[in-house]
Design a protein around this ligand. Structure first.
Ligand SMILES: Nc1ncnc2c1ncn2[C@@H]1O[C@H](COP(=O)(O)OP(=O)(O)OP(=O)(O)O)[C@@H](O)[C@H]1O
Ligand SMILES: [Mg+2]
Length: 267
């Protein structure tokens, strides 16, 4: 045996996609960003931490009864995560996946904030991935705190209308409380306008207010409205495979590029 620990491999960069509001493009972003990162040559694991199971469904996958899931970390412990990973072997352009448990919406058992930190800090995951993307449910509960505690960065997709403001604010309070914890990993946050149109006055105003409140550098270029993104989900394909030359593919390719540069992924 070598004297080196298996944990010498650099840990993956962990991105949580989160917003306490529902229907703001979290899953669409997690899935297409993960696929975009794979196309960038980055070894990517997508964790579906939302018991709605939408991130898995985006690839046509749902965990069967008694099949391992990412949520098993709450019942069995951190080591459960690596057993839940489904390799995308042979399918180019897809991330590896850890599916959600759609049968237990409120995970019971161990609810330690560092559960996912420990789950990711194992040789198989450190050696196999450059990036981990976590899709989270629309809430601010313990599960969200667990995801944010493991994350280096958070992306907050929001639909730019006035009701979204409060959701982003509430998220930012949790973000800063996690940052105040012991040895916080969470350093970056980026707000992502989705389903946005530059022709709509209220969208422009909303994005402008968030720029003023959170700082220009924290607002990413918008993802425009594109029905193909909904169709791609129904077809169980990333947008890059479903409509490679459409608006959605262009915008998510742009987002991926921006994230890779901004957070120095894979370098
Ligand atoms: N840019 C877009 N243009 C058009 N439709 C979109 C866009 N982004 C997402 N959608 C659609 O909006 C709906 C909500 O998106 P999505 O499921 O990604 O949101 P979510 O935040 O994950 O929702 P939840 O809070 O329920 O998890 C879906 O039907 C999705 O296909
Ligand atoms: Mg979702």
């Amino acid at each position: 045996m070598s004297g080196f620990s298996d944990l010498d491999a650099a840990p993956p960069f962990v991105i949580a996609v989160a917003n306490r509001k529902g229907g703001t493009g979290k899953t669409t972003t997690a899935v297409n960003l993960a696929a975009g990162l794979v196309r960038h040559g980055l070894r990517t694991l997508l964790i579906d931490f939302d018991s709605q199971g939408h991130a898995g469904l985006a690839f046509g996958l749902i965990a069967g009864r008694n099949e391992p899931t990412a949520h098993d970390v709450f019942s069995t412990g951190p080591e459960a995560l690596e057993h839940a990973i489904i390799a995308a072997t042979g399918k180019t352009g897809l991330p590896d996946l850890a599916l959600a448990d759609i049968r237990s919406p409120h995970p019971a058992g161990i609810l330690a904030p560092d559960l996912l930190v420990r789950a990711l800090d194992v040789p198989r995951i450190r050696e196999s991935y450059d990036v981990v993307v976590i899709d989270t449910p629309p809430s601010l509960d313990a599960l969200m705190v667990t995801a944010l505690t493991a994350a280096n960065a958070a992306i907050v997709p929001f639909v730019p209308h006035p009701l979204s403001f409060e959701g982003v604010r509430q998220f930012s309070r949790v973000f800063f409380s996690v940052r105040l914890g012991a040895e916080p990993r969470l350093r970056h946050v980026a707000l992502l306008p989705v389903m946005a149109s530059s022709n709509v006055l209220v969208h422009r105003r909303m994005i402008e207010s968030l720029r003023q409140e959170f700082g220009n550098e924290r607002i990413l270029d918008p993802i425009r409205s594109d029905i193909r993104l909904a169709e791609a989900f129904a077809a169980h394909q990333p947008i890059f495979d479903y409509t490679p030359s459409g608006r959605g593919a262009q915008d998510y390719a742009g987002l991926t590029e921006a994230i890779v540069l901004r957070w120095g992924l894979g370098s």
